[in-house]
Design a protein around this ligand. Structure first.
Ligand code: C2O
Ligand code: CU
Ligand code: CU
Length: 494
């Protein structure tokens, strides 16, 4: 097959600025990689990104109705993409050369996804945040060989949310995501639809897949050295677009933020420090809107925010430095002292009027803590969980189908780590023995765990048992995951 080619609206007039920036930062990241833990200077790209390229909005994946199922066809493939100036990058994508379409489904629907692998190596697609049978999960036990097609099906049975999909081959996840495999997976339901919220996809409801990369002078994607958290890039792409501009057409725009980066955490805020309204976390709507001026997302996490614009204005979404709770040297090395301009929002001179954001959002149908048995303990170490590296042949834990459990996750290491659990959305009971702030009080499937801190989680497992095929829990810093910071659990009959 011929390699598809894609362009993400790169404006040729701005080759020079982009390549200068990309090269400088690439070189710096490489130096930092060689210098070890004492070498990395914080990056600051404020005012240096020449925002010129229209934001690419991933198309909605088409589906057909067949035998009572909605059927999607996805193909993982290699191609070439002109992302920054200087030349094309060798990239991977789903139904295209780079990234993939947005899957959109409704609660109650039965779906089937045909995943065909046109790459020349095995991969998987995992539906991050989804409640589903273990055999449909797309984890490391559901490898799709080159030329093969894998066709999981399940019934959507969870609230409206912004989920995503990405490859999950054991030991190779970071590289496969970095090359471009992944996309958004949106769930709608009646509860969310009844609320007066922006939901016109690509118009006032915009997915923002945020990924940091490093490019060579000729536009090639570069895998840099890894220290600490893993690969950090100085060029931030949104939906695959470098230096992106979003045309804002409404007073209220819903941004579905996804940190799909390997290692970098972002502390999102606007260049004028304006307040925005967070309406949803990983697993769906918060119970009430949360006014914020910053939202931190570590790899894998999502947040839906509504930003209010006035006609004709321009404002930049930025990542500010963040407190990961690590030493100063580690903070620099982890990228948490970086300040990065991400996307410019340009408001039209006339904006669609917006209704006020509803004061009540999701119903708080959280699990009953009284039903949880003994607290299950997880200790995060140096690429290990509970002192063990991932072993594909070892089951670390069995849980009863439908059971409610409390898990305590303690970061005993001096590095940043987060924790993601497949098949469930959890509620955060405490962070360092304190109740969670509003942005962490809703449904979550991935949570940051600072060094020396315990995060307590409450969740109810799915009712679908499988005595053989496990689900995963792991650090979502993808290099850590690949290095073995992952464990497996079975959901078994009660
Ligand atoms: Cu987003 Cu186990 O993955
Ligand atoms: Cu997942
Ligand atoms: Cu980690």
């Amino acid at each position: 097959m011929s390699a598809p080619t894609q362009r993400f609206g790169l404006n040729r007039r701005h080759f020079l600025q982009l390549s200068t920036l990309g090269l400088g930062i690439g070189a710096m990241a490489t130096l930092a990689g060689c210098a070890g833990s004492d070498g990395r200077e914080p990056l600051d790209t404020v005012g240096q990104v020449d925002f010129r390229n229209p934001l690419h909005v991933p198309p909605l994946a088409p589906a057909v109705e067949k035998d009572g199922q909605r059927v999607f066809d996805l193909v993982t493939e290699a191609g070439q993409t002109e992302i920054v100036s200087g030349g094309k990058a060798d990239t991977w994508g789903v139904n295209g050369a780079f990234l993939g379409p947005t899957l959109r489904v409704r609660r109650g629907e039965e779906i089937r996804i045909n995943v065909s692998n046109a790459l020349d190596e095995p991969t998987t697609l995992h539906w991050h945040g989804m409640r589903l049978p273990a055999a449909a999960d797309g984890g490391p036990h559901q490898m799709v060989e080159p030329g093969a097609t894998w066709s999981p099906s399940w019934t959507i049975d969870q609230p409206a949310a912004t989920l995503w999909y990405h490859p999950h081959p054991h030991g190779q996840t970071e590289r496969h995501v970095y090359k471009g495999l992944g996309g958004m997976f949106l769930i709608d339901d009646d509860e969310e639809t009844a609320l007066n919220l922006p939901r016109d996809y690509g118009v006032d409801d915009i997915p923002l897949i945020v990924q940091d990369k490093t490019f060579s002078g000729n536009g090639q994607l570069v895998e840099t050295g890894r220290i600490g958290v893993g690969m950090l890039g100085g060029t931030v792409l949104v939906n695959g677009t470098a230096a992106p501009v979003l045309d804002v057409v409404a007073e209220h725009t819903r941004l579905r933020l996804l940190n799909a980066s390997s290692a970098r955490s972002y502390n999102f805020g606007f260049s004028d420090d304006r307040t925005f309204t967070m309406i949803a976390s990983d697993g769906g709507l918060l119970t009430a809107p949360a006014p914020l001026s910053r939202i931190m997302l570590t790899p894998g996490e999502r947040a839906e925010i509504i930003v209010t614009a006035v006609p004709g204005e321009t404002v930049t979404l930025r990542s500010y430095s963040q407190d990961l709770g690590v030493s100063n040297a580690r903070a620099a090395e982890s990228g948490s002292l970086d300040t990065l301009d991400i996307i410019e929002l340009q408001a039209a001179s006339v904006l669609m009027p917006a209704a006020p954001i509803p004061a009540k959002l999701g119903s708080a149908a959280y699990p009953d803590p009284a039903l949880a048995g003994d607290m299950q303990m997880f200790q995060l170490g140096d690429n290990v969980i509970n002192s063990k590296h991932m072993d594909m042949d070892r089951i670390d834990l069995e849980v009863k189908a439908g059971s409610t459990q409390a898990w305590a996750v303690f970061n005993a290491h001096n590095q940043p780590h987060n924790f993601h659990i497949h098949d469930v959305q959890f509620q955060i009971l405490t962070v360092d023995n304190k109740p969670p702030p509003p942005e962490l009080a809703g449904w979550k499937d991935t949570v940051y765990v600072p060094p020396g801190v315990t995060v307590r989680l409450l969740m109810q497992f799915g009712k679908l048992a499988d005595p053989v095929v496990p689900y995963m829990y792991h650090c979502h810093l993808l290099w850590h995951e690949d290095m073995g910071m992952m464990g497996q659990f079975l959901v078994v009959d009660a």
